[in-house]
Design a protein around this ligand. Sequence first.
Ligand code: FPP
Length: 250
Amino acid sequence: MSVEPVTLQQLPTDLNRNLLPQHVAVIMDGNGRWAKNRAKPRIIGHQKGVDALKDLLRCCKDWGIPALTAYAFSTENWGRPHSEVQFLMTLFERVLRRELQEMKQENVKIRFVGNLLDLPNSLRQEIDRSMEDTKNNQGIQFTVATNYGGRHEIIQACQAIATKVEQGYLKVAEINEEIFEQHLYTQGIPHPDLLIRTSGEMRISNFLLWQMAYAEIYVTTTLWPDFDRVEFHKALATYQRRERRFGKVK
Ligand code: FPP
């Protein structure tokens, strides 16, 4: 039986291993258009999108990038047709059930961020199980933003902090960036260095608003299901050509 070789199995030689982003975040846009271009239902685009995400996760592992975060479902996505929302929820659940064993073996540490309480019970069970079963893994940190909204995340952090102040556990003067970050869903995960958005849209769409303060943004017109290692290589090469100053002068 012949196994199809994965192109760019190893880090391309023109990339500097020491200058790789330590955390890549992706807005996986364009699944619907990818399907429409092929006269297929949108859900086929989402299915292909899962394959693209799976290979990107493996690629990050192969190339030595320790953290990947994917925007799977925003708080605004509930406004899509009911059938598409339902399909996505079932897809997430099925993918988790199918891939968990392999993620465990590959030492992936999975974490879901967002308002998880509003997700269907059966999906929440798979989410809880995947996080529990991989919590001691030391390999790549894979974060999936599901029912995630950056504004919502910031408000819930403010509420949690205000409650601590009200109850006397914290003083107003003690609130700083470090304390604030401890109340975000992403607590303990480093900020993204690189945000990739596919399908040409130039927006961050309520994704990781706090965490993205100094992320480099890379937009490609490639639709998400077509985002492969060749495309990722281009994104990383562009990233490595950027000068990151963090507001300072070099
Ligand atoms: C955006 O394309 C894509 C989504 C809202 C869903 C993304 C979800 C996946 C790829 C599945 C991830 C699965 C797991 C388990 C993490 P769009 O529908 O907005 O495309 P369009 O802009 O062309 O309509």
